[in-house]
Design a protein around this ligand. Sequence first.
Ligand code: HEM
Length: 447
Amino acid sequence: MKAIQENSPPTVKTDLFGGHFRSFRKDPPGFLTRLSKLGDVSAFRIGKIPAFFINHPDLIRDLLVTNHSKFIKGRALQRAKGLLGEGLLTSEKEFHLRQRRMIQPAFHRSRINEYAKSMIEFGEKMAGEWRAGEVRDVDREMMRLTLWIVGKTLFSANVEDDADEVGKAMTTIVSMFNFILLPFSEVLEKLPIPPITKLKNARKTLDEVIYKIINERRASGEDKGDLLSMLLMAQDEETGGAMTDRQVRDECLTLFLAGHETTANALTWTFYLLSQNAETERKFHAELAEVLGDKPLTPDDYPRLKYTEAVLAESMRLFPPAWGIGRLALEEHEFNGFRIPERSLVLVSPFVMHHDARFWENAGEFIPERWEKVSVKEAGNRFIYFPFSKGVRSCIGESFAWMEGVLLLAAIGRKWKLSLVPGQKIGMQAMVTLRPKYGMKMKIEER
Ligand code: HEM
């Protein structure tokens, strides 16, 4: 083992009042990219908290896989416990592993093939709503679409139907989640101001609705083929125990929230990139014509849509929806000989690594053909590509998301061509996910 260096990792100039909070908040990917130029390990401060940015494949593997047990989730996700309880995103250690084991079967190939039918149904429904010549906010449309799909695959709920009570409660909870992840939300939450009271009431209603559905399902014993049925049937292989109502509630909410915004952003950026790259768009349309012809789209088409998958992979390289992954050190650790004290924040960024010229040729360019030379799996094993993170805390919905992304691109792309409206500004807003800062207005055109 290398000797621990007593000097601190390199850093950039602090903000006017000390620390780096303002620079970081203003443009997190830009700030982290600047830090990455200083070395594979760099330091910064968020208020009084020491933070470290790690940007080398070996060190990323060390954090996410080899020494993962020395770290827990970062502060934003700790705060989310108020809403999500002990769901997969927020729980830790043995409890997390137990839940992960129990939930994994819900994401097996055989099961997600069933979900594929809903993905196609809703993709076609949205494509059918659009009219040639109209302008749509594609970022909002994709959010609507993935929300429908997660509502259906999770609860068999019709989120698109305003009268559907689960759907309504779920949409309110989305805004609540974004609020909870804000810095100081724990202080704001105590204030008796109307928006907070509204959110608290929404949480109460949501809980009532979810518990009602859980009770009805338990009583009927019916397997509806959705995720909720899987959660209710899940058993711990060691103890044979099932989940309590509270655990089912926490996992449902977690899957609902983790399962739509990321995919929606991935699709929005993909349509943007296609609109800017005529040759890629032509090849994408040609593949759809060749694989699908005049036949209806079915789940079996998914493995054949290889170029579409490469387009999605390349889009998530340039615009990874989960742009940063944070951890809190439970004990002291060293990266590249630099000492990382207990309780420090450690960050890695798919965004920065996916743009690193040491590992990617023409790193800033959109070239789906690069995925003919290296597979997503190989790039993942090298820790240079990890939009779904890696290790025990990696995304449980990864296969679901790939399938959903490809099928929705196909359902929409076979009918429509999307072009950016003149004057649409493009920028990134790195909140929990990487959103288009100025939205994404696009014109719907006949193919
Ligand atoms: C393009 C789409 C998606 C991306 C880029 C994405 C990315 C990620 C990432 C990076 C993590 C790790 C977060 C961390 O360690 O802090 C994660 C975790 C998770 N994701 Fe996804 N995700 C996507 C879609 C989905 C979908 C469709 C679902 C469910 C239906 C889902 C459910 C989850 C859950 C439950 C976790 C927590 C897993 C655990 O800690 O055991 N995600 N996701």
